[in-house]
Design a protein around this ligand. Structure first.
Ligand SMILES: Nc1ncnc2c1ncn2[C@@H]1O[C@H](COP(=O)(O)OP(=O)(O)OP(=O)(O)O)[C@@H](O)[C@H]1O
Ligand SMILES: [Mg+2]
Length: 344
């Protein structure tokens, strides 16, 4: 996303002041009583302010535990977690949680409260004036794609799963927290609704630029959502922490390679569009070959060229004019390319 530092405020009593928070896991460890193996084992990673970090890994790998140590739903056994330089252990737990938006798969909306009242939960606790709460609720309903007039008075039981998920998202964002924790928020949805909410969430994130810790066990969701991905293996050990591109290009070990899948080269191509590639210029009449739009992903471009039996494609820009030629050889080279160091 952007390379500049978002404004960073002290995450003190009124956390709504800061736009986004930097999160540091510093050898954070959780050992549950009576268990020999730690659930999270000396986890160290830094999430820059305003970025989306996805925790991904097999079931039981410690993702939920790692996340819940941030808002202290689970106590840290050893090590520390810092939000903008302040240990979560040193913060008042109520204040800490009010400064963190929390979204879980089962949403946890209050069934006896309307959509608007659910969204207003934290602003009310913070003592916002009624008018401000009403404005904020309407803006959030709009933001997550619900109807500010029709949906505000409905009850959770009157909504679809996807709509409840949207209300959960709106509620988590209500007080504009500098940090959001999201645990499999789209896990229970059908693939189409899920993809739509993923896209809407990414669009929202571009607007609000919060720091987000997002848990999923689905590597495709991790690649789509994450600016950085932390892969946890059994025993809560960090296997790799990097950008999706870097992980797909160079998995740290056998475990990561298996987890991201044998098609990791294709997944990597899916991250980029033809527009990101230096095309071969067209001199004179454009060749009469397969035509592709510059917005097409490289993965789709490869797939189309293979299915058309075409070794090259003419790329069209948004005005339907020839922007250059893309060849199969270029795609093959890109598949083998190492990631740039320090991508973001
Ligand atoms: N309250 C608890 N008491 C004891 N052990 C626990 C407790 N909660 C979780 N564990 C154990 O800690 C490990 C990590 O659990 P955690 O819920 O963090 O995994 P996860 O990565 O979120 O898994 P999933 O993808 O299934 O949600 C597991 O082995 C689990 O059995
Ligand atoms: Mg979990």
């Amino acid at each position: 996303m952007n390379g500049t530092d978002p404004p960073r405020g002290p995450s003190g009593s009124s956390m709504e002041r800061s736009a986004a928070a930097e999160i540091v896991f510093d050898r954070a460890t959780k050992r549950y009583p009576g268990r020999t193996v730690p659930a999270v084992d000396e986890l160290s990673l830094t999430i820059p302010a305003g970025e989306i970090c996805v925790l991904v890994g097999p079931s039981g790998g410690g993702k939920t535990t790692a996340m819940k140590m941030v808002n202290r739903l689970i106590d840290i056994t050893a090590g520390d977690i810092r939000i903008d330089g302040r240990s979560v252990r040193s913060l008042d737990v109520t204040e800490l949680r009010r400064g963190i938006g929390y979204v879980i798969q089962q949403v946890g909306l209050f069934p006896h409260m309307t959509v608007a009242d659910n969204i207003a939960t934290v602003p009310r606790l913070l003592g916002w004036p009624k008018g401000r709460i009403r404005e904020r609720t309407a803006a959030l309903l709009e933001l997550v794609g619900l109807d500010p007039d029709e949906d505000r008075g409905r009850y959770p039981a009157e909504l679809s799963g996807g709509q409840r998920q949207r209300v959960g998202l709106a509620r988590a964002m209500a007080a504009d927290p500098p940090l959001m924790l999201m645990d499999e928020p789209f896990g229970a949805l059908d693939p189409i609704t899920r993809e739509r909410l993923q896209n809407e969430f990414l669009r929202l994130h571009r607007e609000v630029q919060k720091t987000v810790i997002f848990v999923t066990h689905d590597i495709d969701e991790a690649i789509r959502i994450g600016q950085r991905i932390a892969i946890l293996r059994e025993g809560g050990v960090l296997a790799q922490y990097d950008t999706p591109d870097a992980i797909l290009a160079a998995p740290a070990d056998e475990f990561v390679a298996r987890f991201v899948g044998a098609d990791r080269g294709l997944k990597r191509l899916a991250l980029r569009r033809i527009a990101d590639v230096a095309l071969i210029p067209v001199n004179g009449t454009p060749p009469d070959v397969l035509r592709l739009h510059a917005e097409t992903s490289l993965r789709d471009a490869l797939s189309l060229m293979l299915s058309e039996g075409s070794r090259e494609a003419l790329v069209l820009d948004e005005r339907e004019e020839a922007a250059g030629v893309l060849t199969l050889d270029q795609l093959t080279t890109l598949l083998a390319e190492r990631p740039p160091v320090a991508t973001r």
